[in-house]
Design a protein around this ligand. Structure first.
Ligand code: TRP
Ligand code: ZN
Length: 865
C-alpha cells in the first residue's frame, strides 16, 4: 500500500457544488461474488458556480461503464475521483460499478454481516457504493431497486415507500423503493437479509397512520418490544414538545451486530447497532434499557434535526448532532428521572469531553479543519454541542427556544445549512443577541471560571466576582457564559429572590446581591448551566450544607463531588509521599445522612451522590498523574466508607430487596442502583461473608442489572478466590450465545482493577468469544482496557504496547475503529517522564507503520505533535 500525505480540509475553503443531482435511480444486483450497482443520475450545472469539469467521488469502485445521455464519454479516473469534462447544462449520467461487500471490513458503504447486507453511508460511505457528489449539500430524490436470492435474502429494504416487487429467474426476487423526500447521500440505506420483524403503528397528531417495523436477527423478536415502545414514545414526545410530526408512511429500524457506531438516522430506514435495540430483562441492564430509549429517540429526532434540515458541510456536524443529543437528553429526562439524567450527562461530559478538550484532539464544536471527518464524531461535537444548545435555551427560555425551533424549520425545511443559520433563527425568534455567544462554536477548550464572594455587612450586599479564562482559545476575548446561581443562609434556607442567571460577558465581572443580612453560601452553576470548570474556594462546611440543602439536585450532587474530589486528591498526594491518607469524620457523616434520607431524596439520587468521581475525571485536576497513587486513594476512601458505614449499607441492602417483578421503570432502577451500590461498598471489606453475599446476589438475580452488578464486584476482588472464576465461568456458560452479554463479560474483565488485568485481556483476545472484526467486541475488550486508567498506564509501558499492537492489527481492516482505539493515548503527556517515554515509543511505532490509515495517522500525529 502506498502512503500519501493526507490532505487537510478547511471550513474556510467551502464552495458550493458545481453540479446538482435532482434524481437518483439505483439498481443493486446482489450476487455471491459481488454486487453490481447501476446509477442513473439526472444532473445539471449549478448556475451559481463558474463552469468546470464534473469531479465525482468514489472509493474502492470497479468502474464497468460510464455514459452521458446514453452515450459513452471520455473520462479520467483515480482511486478516489472520476472526472468528466465538456458536459451540457442538463444531462443524464449513468454509471455501472462492481463492489465487493463481502470483503468490506470497514463497515462503511455496503457490507456483509451475519444475516445479510447492510449499508452505512455517513459520513462518506456512499462513495464506496457508486460514483457520486458525496457531500451533504447535494440533495436528491432517490429510488432503489434491489435484486437478490429470495431464500437467502427474503427481506429487501431501502428508504421510503415500497413501490413494486416481484420474482425473477433462478430463485431470485426484487423490490423497488421510492423515497419522496430529497436527501443527501449520507442518508441513503438499503438492507437485504433474513430477518424477523416486529410491526406496529403510530397515529400522528394530525391523524395519519405510520407503519412501524423493527427488523432483527431471526429468533430475537422477544427482545424488540422495548425499542418499539421507545419509538412510539419518541414520536409522541416530539409532537408535544416541538410540534414535530412524523412525515413518513413507513418508519423502519434494522438491527445489525457489526456496526461502527451506535445507530444511524437514514431516512425512514434507521440502521442500529444491536446494542441499542435488543433488550429483555435477563440480558439487558437498567442502563441498557435507558440507553435504548435515548438512542431510538435520537435517531427518530434526526428525521427533523438532520434530515429535513441537514448540514451544508461536515464542519457543521454539531448542527444536527449537538441539537439532536440535546433533544434526546430532554426526552430521557422527561421519560425517566430529570435529576439523575442531568447528573449522568455531566459525569459523562467530565469523563470524556473535558479530557478531549484539554488534549491533542481538542477542537471547537464546529471544527475549522480536519483530515478525516470520521475522527470528528466526538464527544465535543455531540455532548459539548448539546451543552451549547442547552445554554441557548437557558438564555432565551423554553418558550423562546421553541419559537426559535419553529423559526428554524420555517426558514430552512429542505435545506442544507450552517450553525449560523440555526443561531440566527434563535436570535430572530427571541430578539436575543448571540454575537458573542458564537464564540462557543469557534473556540476549543473548556473555559475556567473563578468566582470570589465578598460580603459587606454594612451595605448588606454580597458580590460575586467572576473571571473567565480559556488557555486553549486562540485569543483572550471572553465568551458569554450563563451562570445560574442562588444564595443560601447558613441554616440551609434558600434566600428569597437570589435565584438568578448571571450573564458573564466580560473577562472579569461583578454581580451584586442586595439586602443580604449575613454571609451566604453561594450555589454556583446550578443545573450545570454552562460546560465550564468553576472554581470557588468553598469550605468543607459550606459544601456539606449544599449537599444537604441545595434544592437543585445537580448542585447538591456537585457539592458532594467537590468534597470527595478534594479528599481523594489530597490522599493521592499523601500516598505518593509515603503517608497514610486522612478521612474527616464529617464526610462519613454526610454520606450517612444521604443513606438515611434516601426515601425522601430518591434512591437514584443517593446512588449518584455516593458514587465517587472517576479516576480519569480526577486525573484532569492533577498536574502530573500518578495513576497508582490515585487508584489507591480512591479505593481507600471507598473502603473507609465501607468500614464506617457497614451497618448502614447492610441494612439498606436488605431494605431495598425487590418487592415486585422486574420492570425497567426509573423507580425500580433507582432502587436497584442504590442496592447495588451498597453491595459494592460492602464488598470493599472483602471477607468470606462479603464474597458469599456477592455470590448469592449473582445467583439469585432474576435480571441482568443485578447479575452484572454482582459480577463486576467479583471480578474486582484482588486476592485469588474461587468465587471470581466461578462467577465468570457461570456467566459465560449461560450467556455465550447472546453476543451483547458476552460483551459485558469481556468488559467486566478489561475494566477490572486487578493487577493481572492486561494478562487476562491478552488471553481473551484469543478466546472464541472475541472477534477483532466486530466493533462491539473491540470496544468491550480493547478500548475499555485503554480507559482503565491504572492498568493502561502501567509503569512498565505494557499497556501502551498492547494498545499499539491492537491498533496495528486493525488499522487496515477497520480504520474508524482503529482510530477510536488510538484515542486511548490522548492524555499521555499528563504522566511522568518514564511513562511518557513508553507512550511516545508506542505512538511512534504506530505512526511509522507503512501504509497507516489516514484516520489513525491524524490521531497519532496530533498526539505526538
Ligand atoms: N449520525 C449517527 C448518529 O449520531 C452517527 C453515526 C452512525 C456515524 N454511524 C456512523 C458516524 C458511522 C460516522 C460513521 O446517530
Ligand atoms: Zn446523531
Amino acid at each position: 500500500m502506498k502512503t500519501t500525505t493526507p490532505q487537510t480540509v478547511y471550513l474556510k475553503d467551502y464552495t458550493a457544488p458545481a453540479y446538482l443531482i435532482d434524481t437518483v435511480d439505483l439498481d443493486f444486483n446482489i450476487e455471491t461474488g459481488g454486487t453490481t450497482v447501476s446509477a442513473t443520475l439526472a444532473m445539471r450545472r449549478n448556475p451559481a458556480v463558474p463552469a468546470q469539469p464534473l469531479v465525482l467521488d468514489g472509493d474502492e469502485l470497479k468502474t464497468l461503464n460510464v455514459t452521458v445521455n446514453r452515450k459513452k464519454v471520455p473520462f479520467s479516473e483515480t482511486a478516489s475521483t472520476l472526472t468528466i469534462a465538456d458536459l451540457p447544462d442538463v444531462f443524464t449520467l449513468e454509471t455501472v460499478v462492481r463492489i465487493d461487500p463481502d470483503k468490506n471490513t470497514r463497515l462503511s458503504g455496503l457490507y456483509r454481516s451475519a444475516d445479510g447486507y447492510f449499508t452505512q453511508c455517513e459520513a462518506q460511505g456512499f462513495r464506496r457504493i457508486t460514483w457520486f457528489l458525496d457531500r451533504p449539500d447535494v440533495m436528491s430524490t432517490y429510488t432503489a431497486t434491489l435484486h437478490a436470492d429470495k431464500a437467502t435474502y427474503p427481506v429487501l429494504l431501502a428508504n421510503g415507500n415500497p413501490v413494486a416487487a416481484g420474482d425473477e429467474a433462478d430463485g431470485r426476487h426484487w423490490a423497488k423503493w421510492a423515497d419522496p423526500f430529497k436527501k443527501p447521500a449520507y442518508l441513503f440505506a438499503l438492507v437485504a437479509g433474513k430477518l424477523d420483524v416486529l410491526k406496529d403503528t403510530f397515529q400522528t397528531a394530525s391523524g395519519r397512520s405510520v407503519q412501524l417495523a423493527i427488523y432483527v436477527e431471526p429468533g430475537k423478536l422477544d427482545q424488540c418490544p422495548h425499542a418499539m415502545a421507545a419509538l412510539q414514545k419518541s414520536m409522541k414526545w416530539d409532537e408535544e414538545r416541538f410540534g414535530l410530526e412524523c412525515d413518513l408512511d413507513h418508519y423502519m429500524i434494522v438491527a445489525v451486530g457489526d456496526f461502527n457506531m451506535g445507530a444511524m438516522e437514514n431516512k425512514g430506514l434507521n440502521i442500529f447497532n444491536t446494542k441499542y435495540v435488543l433488550a429483555r430483562s435477563d440480558v439487558a441492564t437498567d442502563v441498557d434499557f435507558e440507553n435504548i430509549d435515548r438512542v431510538v429517540a435520537h435517531e427518530y429526532f434526526h428525521n427533523w434535526t438532520g434530515n429535513r434540515v441537514t448540514c451544508r458541510d461536515w464542519f457543521q456536524l454539531s448542527l444536527k448532532e449537538g441539537l439532536t443529543v440535546f433533544r434526546d437528553q430532554e426526552f430521557g429526562a422527561d421519560l425517566h428521572n430529570r435529576q439523575t439524567a442531568r447528573i449522568r450527562e455531566v459525569r459523562g461530559l467530565r469523563a470524556a469531553q473535558f479530557p478531549e478538550d484539554a488534549g491533542p484532539m481538542a477542537h471547537p464544536i464546529r471544527p475549522s479543519s480536519f483530515v478525516e471527518i470520521n475522527n470528528f464524531y466526538t464527544s465535543t461535537v455531540y455532548e459539548k454541542g448539546a451543552e451549547v444548545i442547552r445554554m441557548i435555551q437557558t438564555l432565551i427560555g423554553r418558550d423562546g427556544f421553541r419559537a426559535g425551533m419553529d423559526e428554524y424549520f420555517r426558514r430552512h425545511d429542505g435545506q442544507a445549512v450552517t450553525c449560523e443559520d440555526f443561531v440566527a433563527a434563535m436570535a430572530a425568534a427571541s430578539g436575543f443577541d448571540f454575537t458573542q455567544f458564537m464564540r462557543w462554536y469557534n473556540q476549543p477548550g473548556t473555559p475556567h471560571v473563578t468566582v470570589d464572594g465578598f460580603f459587606d455587612g454594612e451595605s448588606k450586599t454580597y458580590t460575586l466576582t467572576c473571571t473567565q479564562t480559556n488557555p486553549r482559545a486562540s485569543d483572550e476575548a471572553p465568551t458569554l457564559i450563563p451562570i445560574r446561581v442562588a444564595l443560601f443562609a447558613d441554616n440551609g434556607d434558600l434566600l428569597p429572590g437570589t435565584e438568578r442567571t448571571l450573564h458573564l460577558t466580560a473577562t472579569t465581572q461583578s454581580f451584586v446581591f442586595n439586602d443580604i443580612a449575613a454571609e451566604p453560601v453561594p450555589s454556583l452553576l446550578r443545573d450545570f448551566s454552562a460546560p465550564v470548570v468553576l472554581d470557588f474556594d468553598y469550605t468543607p462546611e459550606q459544601l456539606t450544607l449544599l449537599l444537604a440543602h441545595e434544592s437543585d439536585p445537580f448542585n447538591a450532587w456537585e457539592a458532594g463531588q467537590r468534597l470527595a474530589s478534594t479528599l481523594i486528591l489530597d490522599a493521592t498526594a499523601a500516598i505518593a509521599a509515603g503517608q497514610a491518607p486522612v478521612w474527616p469524620a464529617s464526610f462519613v457523616d454526610a454520606a450517612r445522612r444521604l443513606l438515611q434520607t434516601q426515601a425522601e431524596r430518591g434512591a437514584a439520587f443517593v446512588a449518584e451522590a455516593l458514587t465517587l468521581p472517576g479516576e480519569s475525571t480526577l486525573a484532569e485536576a492533577m498536574a502530573i498523574v500518578d495513576p497508582d497513587a490515585l487508584h489507591a486513594a480512591r479505593n481507600a476512601l471507598r473502603k473507609h466508607l465501607a468500614e464506617q458505614l457497614e451497618g448502614e449499607f447492610s441494612d439498606l441492602y436488605a431494605a431495598l430487596a425487590p418487592t415486585a417483578a422486574y420492570a425497567p421503570s426509573s423507580e425500580q432502577a433507582g432502587r436497584r442502583a442504590l442496592r447495588n451500590l451498597c453491595l459494592g461498598y460492602i464488598a470493599e471489606l472483602d471477607t468470606a461473608a462479603t464474597r458469599r453475599l456477592a455470590m448469592q446476589h449473582f445467583h439469585q438475580a432474576d435480571n441482568m442489572t443485578d447479575q452484572f452488578a454482582a459480577l463486576s464486584v467479583l471480578v474486582n476482588i484482588i486476592d485469588d478466590c474461587p468465587e471470581r472464576l466461578a462467577a465468570l465461568d457461570a456467566f459465560y456458560g449461560r450467556w455465550q450465545h447472546e453476543a451483547l452479554v458476552v460483551d459485558k463479560w469481556l468488559q467486566a474483565q478489561s475494566t477490572s482493577r486487578r493487577p493481572d488485568t492486561l494478562r487476562t485481556v491478552t488471553t481473551l483476545t484469543a478466546h472464541p468469544a472475541f472477534d477483532i472484526g466486530n466493533p462491539n467486541k473491540v470496544y468491550a475488550l480493547i478500548r475499555a482496557f485503554g480507559a482503565n486508567l491504572v492498568r493502561f498506564n502501567a509503569a512498565d509501558g505494557s499497556g501502551y504496547a498492547f494498545i499499539a499492537d491492537r491498533i496495528l492489527d486493525l488499522h487496515d481492516k477497520n480504520p474508524q475503529v482503529a482510530s477510536r482505539l488510538a484515542r486511548c493515548f490522548d492524555r499521555w503527556k499528563k504522566f511522568d517522564t518514564a511513562r511518557q517515554a513508553y507512550a511516545r515509543q508506542a505512538l511512534e511505532r504506530v505512526r511509522d507503520h507503512a501504509g497507516l490509515s489516514r484516520d489513525v495517522l491524524e490521531v497519532v500525529t496530533r498526539a505526538l505533535g
